[in-house]
Design a protein around this ligand. Structure first.
Ligand SMILES: Nc1ncnc2c1ncn2[C@@H]1O[C@H](COP(=O)(O)OP(=O)(O)OP(=O)(O)O)[C@@H](O)[C@H]1O
Ligand SMILES: O=P(O)(O)OC[C@H]1O[C@H](OP(=O)(O)OP(=O)(O)O)[C@H](O)[C@@H]1O
Ligand SMILES: [Mg+2]
Length: 279
């Protein structure tokens, strides 16, 4: 039975659970349950703190897990990233009081608060900048105002938490992070199945199916607008001068693509959602 680590709370937990459910796996009925067996899929899920998942997976106690790239790198675990899951995107940045720091070198000798000492310490060591790291559990943006640090290094999404504390980002990007699938095993077929199913969910979320009718003479021009993943499916119509085209289109481009196809001469342009996919 494949043993899978899933975030039990925090920013990643809801979407991770939704994706697994869309991928056909059993979820938690009791939100406090720590594990759920899914015998139909030969999987058992373990609901753990996102910060601990890389440790469990790296040690081999669990086979595969969903966590943040930043948490994986901070942990120093030997687990590796198998795939990005395209949610929970954030950037890891330095920030200080407005106008106080201009570049990374300005940090030398100062106190930097973070709840990711492994990630930030590694980054600063590589950059050759020596600081006094202040390790906190969370809400690190308060550390400057409360006087325990001169700057912070933390997860930034919208930036509103930093702004509310009078901080602004400076220096290089430490990391672009997102939710990732991690493992320390490459010998379990169940991992490839889980990976493929989650990829299918991403495709179903990111693409729509588009059908349209088109004068045959415009097929090359239309294929340039909607190349599809491999190549568009083209079917004959009773009127031999026309064809029906079916193609996958990135969801976010749907309306621009429909406008362009209509301008070209396509008609009866229909869009449908994709419920599941294996690409
Ligand atoms: N505001 C956010 N937007 C997007 N991703 C975020 C945000 N905050 C955290 N994350 C990401 O979520 C993952 C886990 O962070 P999360 O906040 O859920 O856990 P935590 O900080 O350990 O727990 P908690 O905040 O509940 O104490 C990390 O990969 C982080 O980059
Ligand atoms: O850029 P923003 O959109 O404001 O989001 C970033 C904030 O979100 C996370 O906080 P979280 O709620 O996880 O609290 P924590 O700091 O205690 O982990 C992160 O640690 C930042 O503080
Ligand atoms: Mg947090």
């Amino acid at each position: 039975m494949l043993r899978v680590a899933v975030p039990n709370k925090g920013s990643l937990s809801e979407t991770a659970a939704e994706m697994l459910s869309e991928a056909g796996y059993a979820g938690r009925r009791d939100p406090r349950a720590l594990n759920v067996a899914d015998p139909r899929n030969d999987v058992e899920f373990f609901y753990l703190r996102p910060r601990d998942i890389a440790t469990y997976v790296g040690s081999g106690a669990l086979d595969v897990g969903i966590t943040g790239r930043d948490l994986l790198l901070d942990s120093g675990s030997s687990a590796v990233e198998i795939a990005s899951l395209d949610f929970g995107s954030s950037t890891f940045r330095f920030a200080g009081p407005s106008g106080r720091f201009g570049s990374l070198d300005d940090l030398a000798g100062h106190r930097v608060a973070t709840s990711y000492p492994g990630l930030v310490g590694g980054f600063l060591a590589k950059a050759g900048v020596s600081v006094d790291l202040v390790s906190l559990d969370g809400a690190v943006e308060s550390a400057v105002r409360l006087g325990v640090a001169d700057a912070v290094a933390d997860v930034v999404s919208t930036g509103s938490t930093l702004r509310a504390q009078g901080l602004e980002i400076f220096g290089p990007v430490i990391l672009e992070s997102s939710a990732v699938l991690i493992s320390a095993r490459d010998d379990l077929p169940g991992i490839a199945i889980l990976h493929r199913r989650l990829q299918g969910v991403l495709v179903a979320r990111q693409y729509v199916l588009m059908d349209y009718d088109l004068p045959l003479a415009l097929l090359e021009a239309a294929s340039a607008i909607t190349p599809g993943l491999e190549s568009p499916t083209v079917s004959p119509l009773r009127d031999r001068d026309w064809v029906a085209v079916r193609v996958m289109v990135p969801r976010q481009d749907t309306n621009q693509v429909m406008d362009a196809l209509y301008d070209l001469g396509a008609r009866a342009i229909l869009v449908s959602p994709i419920h599941a996919a294996r690409i």
